[in-house]
Design a protein around this ligand. Structure first.
Ligand SMILES: Nc1ncnc2c1ncn2[C@@H]1O[C@H](COP(=O)(O)OP(=O)(O)O)[C@@H](O)[C@H]1O
Ligand SMILES: [Mg+2]
Length: 461
């Protein structure tokens, strides 16, 4: 069976019988055959996979990651292996047949016809199954079916990108659409946003309207991941897409809302934590415990929760508020410390805040980095209010906060409070009195910021 890029959704993969005409060559991806004027052309399996992936991404660029995943699925290999296959292909197809896009990947320069060469930035490989999100997956899928623009809003590390990956793939497959994935984490302004989306979509023109028209011809679910820092610029592009690319469905992951009238907001909450006293079997049905168990087992195959360690593990999940990134970092400490010690050491939240997550992006390197990223997204008055709330009782009411702030402008405080809840820096439980609280990790981080800047003085990024 052909090992075409497994990251592409079914809708993007040619059907078994699809023939692609690549220049003068006939490429049969499913049969793994390459022919020239009816005669078979010998090609190594790896070179074949690279060529098939290049053709599939045509006329766009195929990223190095996509090509490596296509030719060495599931393996970690050096990039020079890819260069070797590309030079083999250049010898066969002609030296100008494949262009190097420096630092990013390769583009096939031959005409491709017959299949659908969909230009897509591949979905990041789902590192592990999605745990504890059945309901969210179904609800977000419904939202994507019914609305053109969904924003997945939630705290850093709560699992937005992970859920978006699964939801976009599911929604695209159900509607026969492709998935285009643009990671905006490194973007600093409107040009970066346009260029990143154009690159992901294989568009040459990076102006908003032509880009929208290009996407209109490729019905897809477009995921704009990590829009936090450029939410205003993303809102501008999204407005053009809504007007000029009617078939495109948009899923934005962000801590900062776009504030567009068409925006449907899906607020992603942390994973569910089992109640104390639950049996082991029942507890593993809760996302937070399932994730802790899975990651701890990944770090040490001998690890298994028992009825004896279960209460401690549940307490640990509760202390970490079911936040997936925090659970993963805590699980990384379990082989050396054990569950009990990790829980005890959590009083010193810095153990966790500073635990290094080697594989993650820079803002997920540690919980402190994630919180710093979120903190910097706030304006100084919101930063200051957040640090103040950390010094309040664990649960507080609006009246408590107003009293605490003395003569401060009440209307301004209400606005800031709304921002903090929107950004998941504060939790508000409707129906609970008092209803506001900070998670334990947030509190530890905010207190640290507060003492670094001196209580009562304004805090700035
Ligand atoms: N439902 C889940 N099942 C398994 N792992 C998850 C889940 N949600 C999040 N994770 C893991 O938690 C970490 C943070 O998730 P991520 O999606 O990057 O968060 P966000 O995009 O909200 O910052 C990642 O390493 C991810 O693999
Ligand atoms: Mg993310």
């Amino acid at each position: 069976m052909a090992s075409l890029n497994p990251l592409l959704s079914g809708a993007e993969r040619p059907a078994r019988s699809t023939l692609l005409q690549v220049g003068a060559f006939e490429l049969w991806p499913a049969a793994r055959r390459l022919r020239l004027r009816g005669k078979p052309v010998p090609l190594t399996a790896r070179a074949f996979d690279v060529l098939a992936a290049l053709a599939l991404h045509h006329p766009g660029m195929a990223s190095k990651r996509a090509l490596l995943a296509a030719a060495w699925p599931g393996l970690v290999v050096e990039e020079n292996n890819l260069q070797v296959q590309v030079s083999l292909l250049r010898k066969l197809l002609g030296s100008n047949a494949i262009t190097t896009v420096p630092g990013h990947g390769y583009r096939l320069n031959l005409p491709v016809s017959g299949g659908h060469g969909v230009a897509v930035e591949e979905l990041p490989p789902p590192a592990a199954p999605l745990l504890g999100r059945d309901r969210d997956l179904a609800d977000l899928g419904d939202m994507l079916r019914q609305h053109r623009l969904a924003s997945l809003l939630g705290a850093g590390g709560v699992g937005k990108s992970t859920l978006a990956r699964h939801a976009a793939t599911g929604a695209a497959a159900a509607a026969g659409l492709a998935v285009v994935w643009a990671d905006l984490a490194e973007c600093a302004g409107p040009i970066d946003v346009l260029e990143t989306v154009a690159r992901a979509a294989g568009a040459d023109d990076t102006a908003a309207v032509p880009l929208a028209r290009h996407l209109a011809q490729r019905p897809c679910v477009l995921v704009l991941d990590n829009a936090d820092r450029v939410a205003g610029d993303v809102a501008g592009l999204v407005t053009a897409l809504l007007a000029h690319a009617p078939p495109v469905r948009l899923l934005v992951t962000t801590q900062v809302r776009l504030h567009l009238p068409e925006e449907q907001v899906y607020r992603l909450m942390p994973l569910a934590v089992p109640p104390a006293g639950c049996t082991l079997q029942a507890a593993l049905q809760y996302g937070a415990l399932a994730l802790l168990q899975a990651r701890a087992h990944g770090h040490d195959h001998r690890f298994a929760l028992t009825e004896a360690t279960l209460p401690i593990a549940i307490a640990l999940c509760r202390e970490l508020d079911g936040l997936p990134l925090a659970l993963e970092l805590a699980a990384a400490r379990i082989p050396a410390l054990g569950v009990t010690e990790v829980l005890q050491r959590l009083c010193d939240h810095w153990l966790l805040l500073k635990t290094i997550n080697g594989n993650g992006p820079a803002r997920h390197r540690s919980l402190a980095d994630t919180l710093e990223w979120s903190f910097r997204l706030l304006d100084p008055p919101a930063q200051a209010l957040w640090c103040e709330t950390a010094a309040m009782p664990p649960w507080f009411s609006l009246d408590d906060l107003m009293a605490h702030r003395g003569g401060s402008d009440g209307a301004a405080t209400l606005d800031l409070l709304g921002t903090l809840v929107d950004r998941s820096m504060l939790t508000f439980e409707a129906g609970r009195t008092p209803g506001y609280t900070l998670s334990a990790c947030h509190r530890a981080f905010a207190l640290q910021k507060r003492s670094a800047h001196g209580a009562g003085t304004p805090v700035s990024a």
